[in-house]
Design a binder for this molecule. Sequence first.
Ligand code: GTP
Ligand code: MG
Length: 322
Amino acid sequence: MATSPAVDVTRLLAGERRTLAKAITLIESTRDDHQQAAQGLLESVLPHTGRSVRIGITGIPGVGKSTFIESFGLHLVKLGKKVAVLAVDPSSPISGGSILGDKTRMELLSREPHAFIRPSPSAGTLGGVAHKTRETMLLCEAAGYDVVIVETVGVGQSEYEVASMVDFFLVLMLPNAGDELQGIKKGILELADALVINKADGESSNLAERTRGHYQSAVNLLHYTTFWTPRVMTCSALKHERIDAVWGMISDYRAEAERNGFLAEKRAQQNTDWMKKLLHEMLELRLSQNPQIRKLMPELERQVTAGSMTPYAAARQVVSLL
Ligand SMILES: Nc1nc2c(ncn2[C@@H]2O[C@H](COP(=O)(O)OP(=O)(O)OP(=O)(O)O)[C@@H](O)[C@H]2O)c(=O)[nH]1
Ligand SMILES: [Mg+2]
């Protein structure tokens, strides 16, 4: 028997961790009745969402994401904040392996009563991993978390998806002497609100500083249309150095974006984009579930392939059946 999907909203709003975990499990469930219950739950908590600072963090494997989040999270907890850490890992197998699956590198943070760490939902769930994470973020906000960190390894579209759900997108980098942008995906620079060069300690300190210079020049070449120009800085997650400066930068951004209306505008745009994405997904689902369409599709594909029907006419015929 599946467990009852009932989630006590009062307990969730009171910040009870077990209730939050249960609510997230409900969100992640693919069962139809669970999905309906989850949507009902989201609607009832919606007025209590939106108050957190939403931060996205990405970087290549080994750059120090886990170490950084542990150090950063502990810093925030010390400042009296409640911190939630979520992950978007589209590559994780359904069997459960996922980033943050092994919490050992965030051992101290995971033991903090004011920190909540949740691994990535399984890949292959309907609507995608990022979609679940977005809803999970809302639940965390309702449960009173002041900062929500969303981590991704940057497989496929995941950086874009994470950037489109957060207020501030941070890209962690390695100190690197090369003057070309190491392993950085095209377009990531445009997404980043900050580039933070990690491992700026010991022998790498000087290299990190030179790397900072390189990235600063790269950023200076881009044209930005908002109030914010991406910052480039260094830190050491391992030595807990300049972690406070990273938080200082993000809180400055947040305060200014709130004051000048940029934050409200950005979130409104993100919501509209999300709605459109959901609409596409729902339409696709309707298409794939329609028995008439399913029956007709192979024949239409055959005709389009053979050139006896135009793609336009075939698509129209499908849509007319909806
Ligand atoms: N010297 C130094 N080493 C660091 C720093 N941050 C992380 N490391 C080390 O770099 C290695 C990788 O760190 P992780 O935090 O696991 O990196 P990650 O980005 O989470 O890696 P994946 O989970 O594989 O994507 C570990 O051995 C860390 O101890 C740092 O600031 N300085
Ligand atoms: Mg990691």
